[in-house]
Design a protein around this ligand. Sequence first.
Ligand code: NAP
Length: 256
Amino acid sequence: MARLKERIAVVTGSSSGIGQGIAARFAQEGARVVINYIGDADGADQTLDTIRKAGGEGVICKADVTKMDDTRKLIDVAWQTWGGCDVLVNNAGMEKEADFWEVTEADYDKVLGVNLRGPFFLTQYFVQKLLAAGKPGRVINISSVHEDMAFPGLSTYCASKGGIRMLMRNLAVELGPKNITFNNIAPGAISTPMNASLLNNKAELDALLENVPLGRMGTVEDVAGLAVFLASDEAAYVTGSTYVIDGGLMRSYHEQ
Ligand code: NAP
């Protein structure tokens, strides 16, 4: 049974990795999907191709989530193409590694811009459209275990993900009365291009997997299954929560 029949969704950063997996899975479950990219047009084409081969519907929209006009375009494309938008997945993200004392203002602005400012104003526009139409909606943010867990060398990333945790909680309270729900998915280590250097370094990978009770990296399909649940009718009473999907990483502690 298609769990997202009649749903219309925008998935940011769906040209690669987790976003690509969510867009494909949403379409498999009957949703119509706006596929978003910023640089990887081939990746977006690949997502659309996968969706079409499975008999689904999608449309590609190039948009930089840090730019206000672009964020409006993403939601407007859904309304113009299919007459609405029910689900927003704020997935686009990036990280820049640096010791805290060496972080540049430009890198701070870039990481916070994509991971926090972008979702903030994209969500704002999505909510404005829903309120004007008197419709319910779902917002799913792909945050990270680092919305909660420290990671030295990634202070900008952690600050952005911690910010989106609190934004999600605040909006769940503020917009619950309008039947708009907000939840975060907090992945641990997932096999995607973002982790390319880790995946190519056996010693580092083995050390990480030592800390993962389930003993493997997560897959984009693992994450997509959870996103389907949060976008479906089954999650109608779920709001204000973070769903950790990390193979047990956050609960694992080893004495050296
Ligand atoms: P990925 O494969 O590198 O994909 C990142 C996506 O974000 C790409 O589609 C990219 O578009 C898009 N993007 C980047 N900047 C953008 C911008 N300014 N405007 C629009 N799109 C932009 O990474 P991923 O691993 O799938 O990560 C997806 C999300 O999961 C991120 O928020 C990340 O923080 C989170 N996450 C990942 C992991 C993990 O282990 N992989 C763990 C926890 C959380 P282009 O391809 O067009 O450049």
